[in-house]
Design a protein around this ligand. Sequence first.
Ligand code: DGY
Length: 322
Amino acid sequence: MTDTKPKLFITRALPDDVEGRAKKDYDVNLQVEGTVLSTDEIINGSKGFDAILTSPADPLNAETIGRLYESIKIIATFSVGFEHVALDAASAKSIPVTNTPDVLTDATADIALLLMLGAMRRAVEGMELIRENKWNGWTPTQLMGTEMKSKRLGVLGMGRIGQATAHRARAFGMEIHYHNRSRLAPELEQGAVYHETAEGLLKVSDVLSVHCPLTPDTKKFINAERIATLPPGAVVVNTARGPVIDDDALIAALKSGHVAAAGLDVFDGEPKLNDGYRTLANTFLLPHLGSATIETRNAMGFMALDNLDAFFAGNTPPNRVN
Ligand code: DGY
């Protein structure tokens, strides 16, 4: 690194330790917790800066990237997902884009299991009884859910997070099935049953856990037609990206009972979500908390900074995605 610190524009408040390190090595603007910058504020605010550290909540589409000042030399996103950054537009301006893979795998897989348990064991209805002081005592038929043991878990997208979710689910006695663009090596498969098509996987998924990235091909992939092929009473879990699911179709299936319950951490159009989910008793909903642990958020921030450090030291950033 040179004596003059590179100027880093940060779009969101970050964990204290990450901001501390950023301040040490960069000339930074910091955001106050809760600040949400508009696109224009990001473009104008980053005038004269060398780099932008953004997040999935601050999308940089092709038009925004086209309007960025020429001083911007690199964009680092504080996330593994990078569909919110228009890679082609960045490449056209020779701007490398980096992400933060691996470090959020365990935290996100933990949340996938929480969603499964929460949805399958009717946690929301149970908590309401307690919080609203409506519980009249134990009964043999009260809020009976379904068990994880011996259920078939369908993992759609067997990347790092899909594998970590499967690993945890095995400990609950689930039988693992998966679909992925390519079949995994036996040591990674760990006995999981590979399905060449997603349709083949859905048919056997008592619990479907979505782990594929959002791409034009996966947008609204879990639609009415595919949901109809799930076994009756299936449970749907999503920790990947909201738009992979067609909300109207899933809500209709949750109402009809074809899908018994859904556990969702991500939503199309978040933070606004389809109101239909909110009013159903058989949804267990979290506000995109997959990676929200102190350990993981620090690791994500440090990795984003590692990428920037490498770039400003004249090296290829380790997690470049374009
Ligand atoms: C990511 O990194 O893409 C996650 O969605 C943030 O938790």
